[in-house]
Design a binder for this molecule. Structure first.
Ligand code: FE2
Length: 368
């Protein structure tokens, strides 16, 4: 009999924990098909997700595309209204009458299972597959499993073991809540370890250089934490998110896909992570290309992104040492180097970098 794994969720946005949960399920059982089903309106929330279905699908395909038999289904978008799992399961049941359906969920969902719409039907018709991230949850899960099995007709409840995901860093604990906390949580959940390390380095480096250029160190730190918040998502997501959020992409932006994350990142930082400081958002907007007449914070982030201490490229030490004394001179050298590199590699040169370079050159000449 065909086995189908059903993994529904808001996926707004997807994060490492989702992949971890799916991997635990795949290690537990062999499945013929794996369906990821992003919700339209999650039953426990009263608003639609911040990311469109297409934007969430683009990330899911990028992060989960290697899973054999995987499909991303738009069932709940097509149905619209509140996304009840029981309705989704009944559609799948009609399409695959002879299959066994496995519903994948994490600890919280399982512990609140009796609040789900027509949960008894789900218990009777599907096998629940439950993954726990916290080792201490095992006792609670076993108790809930025993209780459900003794109170209702259950097709099956499987608890799968997972290695705990370490998302929380000491910085996250120190940050507590607020924007820094949300940014750090996003870094832990979405960015790969190298990107996360780079992000932390940019934040700390920008914070250290901030007093030299009259920038508030805390603001510089936050700008660093947020600057690459969408760099982890594929180009297809960048384009679809830009469309959803009405971000105007120029022909030059589209010809330099590696810079799109500066535009989507600023909007994501505001709409999803809750950053409200316009100066900070403006700095994210040009941190890769630079632009003419940058504010001190914009110049600082542009410089720190390329010159943070773990960056290694020919000439970085000289640029770093110049910039640490005079940020604008450092930024000018960085523009020169970046332009030379793009020409040498035959990569599209974004005109904002040329304009930034010409502006800095003129300013520095003016000031001797
Ligand atoms: Fe960066």
């Amino acid at each position: 009999m065909e086995k189908i794994l059903v993994f529904g969720g808001t996926f707004d946005p997807p994060h490492k924990g989702h992949r971890h949960l799916l991997d635990a399920a795949l290690a537990q059982e062999d499945f013929d098909r794996v369906f990821l089903i992003p919700s339209y309106i999650p039953p426990h929330k009263d608003h639609r997700p911040a990311l469109s279905f297409e934007a969430r699908k683009a990330i899911l395909l990028d992060w989960f595309g290697d899973v054999p038999g995987l499909e991303i289904l738009a069932l709940e978008q097509e149905r619209s209204g509140r996304s009840y799992t029981v309705d989704t399961v009944s559609t799948l049941r009609e399409r695959y009458p002879d299959s066994t359906l496995y519903l994948l969920m994490g600890t919280d969902m399982f512990l609140s299972f009796e609040t789900w719409n027509r949960f008894a039907d789900l218990l009777r018709d599907t096998v629940l597959l439950v993954g726990s991230r916290e080792p201490g949850d095992r006792g609670k899960l076993e108790e809930q499993k025993r209780r459900l099995e003794s109170s209702y007709t259950c097709k099956g409840i499987i608890l799968c073991s997972m290695e705990p995901v370490v998302c929380a860093s000491s910085a996250l604990r120190a940050a507590g809540g607020g924007l820094a906390g949300r940014a750090l949580e996003h870094i832990g959940q979405a960015l790969d370890p190298n990107r996360a390390r780079h992000t932390m380095q940019v934040a700390e480096y920008a914070q250290r250089l901030a007093p030299l250029c009259g920038v508030d160190p805390e603001k510089a730190y936050l700008a660093g934490l947020l600057h690459d918040c969408t760099k982890c998502y594929p180009i297809s997501w960048q384009i679809s998110y830009a469309e959803q959020e009405h971000i105007d992409l120029s022909a030059d932006d589209l010809a330099s896909p590696q810079v799109l994350h500066q535009l989507t990142g600023a909007v994501f930082a505001r709409n999803v992570l809750g950053a409200r400081d316009e100066e900070l958002l403006a700095a994210i907007c040009c941190h890769t290309t630079g632009k003419p007449a940058m504010t001190p914070l914009e110049t600082l982030l542009f410089f720190a992104d390329s010159c943070e201490p773990s960056r290694r490229f020919p000439g970085v030490e000289e640029i770093r040492s110049v910039g640490e004394k005079d940020l604008n001179r450092g930024a000018l050298l960085l523009c020169d180097r970046s332009i030379q590199y793009l020409i040498q590699k035959k990569i599209h040169l974004h005109p904002q970098t040329v304009a930034a370079r010409n502006y800095l050159l003129k300013e520095l000449e003016k000031n001797g």
